[in-house]
Write a protein that binds this ligand. Structure first.
Ligand SMILES: Cc1cc2nc3c(=O)[nH]c(=O)nc-3n(C[C@H](O)[C@H](O)[C@H](O)COP(=O)(O)O)c2cc1C
Length: 265
């Protein structure tokens, strides 16, 4: 179906999803306990592998902790100003402990597949929270940089071995410009959605794909220093950035920790 037809025939839920934008600047307005609980409830209603709920949500209430996160998550000051902050943890510890308490004979420790499933659960729950909040006029922003500084976050939240911070969500009522700002552009569907098998893109495809966002992101073609094109720009600003170096180091430690008691191969 052509994109224009999709937009024209949207219902209220689809329109909400289409118009959602990440919100990084919040009104100085509390979110009621009732709304907070509705957001958490919606997260918990998300699909979950085997109905095991392989995640835990920590509400970060303490301003001191928010201030620390604003630094430890790659220096993003708006985290400290968010009235409602939820940390989503991929959590196999609860089940591992339950197996122990249940005296499962010779239980195997959680492995990589268990971790992946727990990450899926936690992230799907998080996105339910985003949409629920949006439906009540509350904006949100993911903080992927919670994947950095694993050792620090582990100590900060007293996390056991089989609990991994997978995302942080900041919530708050959006400032004035929210309604008038356009949603961030996406790449066209033809490059993202295939039928039946994967398709590698060639340089012409990439040109067409990035042309669609170039005007919005680089109206004057000003790329990062030394970058000659969008690919080089993203490589420098994202892929080979300091924050990605730290994230990769941090996740490596977290995985090593998770793997410690698992089988060799
Ligand atoms: C996994 C993930 C991690 C993200 N991490 C951050 C972050 O650390 N800081 C931030 O300001 N935005 C973060 N975002 C928000 C994205 O920048 C945003 O979704 C993207 O630019 C598209 O904009 P939109 O959400 O308004 O459509 C993250 C989003 C996702 C899904």
């Amino acid at each position: 179906m052509a994109e224009k037809t999709v937009y024209r025939t949207m219902n209220e839920t689809l329109r909400l999803i289409h118009n959602r934008k990440s919100v990084r600047s919040y009104l100085d307005k509390e979110i009621s306990r009732d709304f907070k609980d509705k957001i958490i409830h919606s997260a918990m209603r998300a699909p979950t592998a085997g109905n095991m709920m392989l995640y835990t949500i920590i509400e970060v209430e303490d301003q001191k902790l928010k201030d620390q996160l604003a630094v430890s998550c790659d220096n993003q000051p708006f985290i400290a100003k968010a009235p409602f902050v939820l940390l989503f943890l991929a959590d196999y510890q609860r089940w591992n402990d339950f197996f122990t308490v249940s005296e499962v004979p010779d239980p195997r420790p959680p492995e990589e597949g268990d971790l992946m499933l727990a990450c899926c659960d936690a992230l799907i729950a998080a996105q339910n929270a985003v949409i629920a909040a949006e439906s009540m006029g509350i904006g949100s922003c993911y903080i992927g940089d919670i994947l950095e500084n694993y050792e620090f976050h582990r100590e900060m939240f007293d996390l056991p071995d089989y609990v991994l911070p997978i995302t942080l969500l900041c919530f708050g009522y959006p400032g004035k410009n929210y309604q008038t700002n356009k949603p961030a552009p996406r790449y066209p569907q033809e490059f993202i959605h295939y039928k039946n098998r994967y398709k590698r893109l060639n340089s012409r495809d990439f040109n067409n794909m990035y042309k669609t966002v170039e005007n919005r992101y680089f109206p004057r073609g000003e790329f990062a220093e030394n970058a000659k094109n969008i690919g080089q720009h993203f490589y420098l600003k994202k892929h080979s950035s300091d924050f990605m170096r730290e994230m990769n180091r941090s996740v490596r430690i977290a995985l090593k920790n998770w793997r410690e008691n698992g089988p060799e191969d």
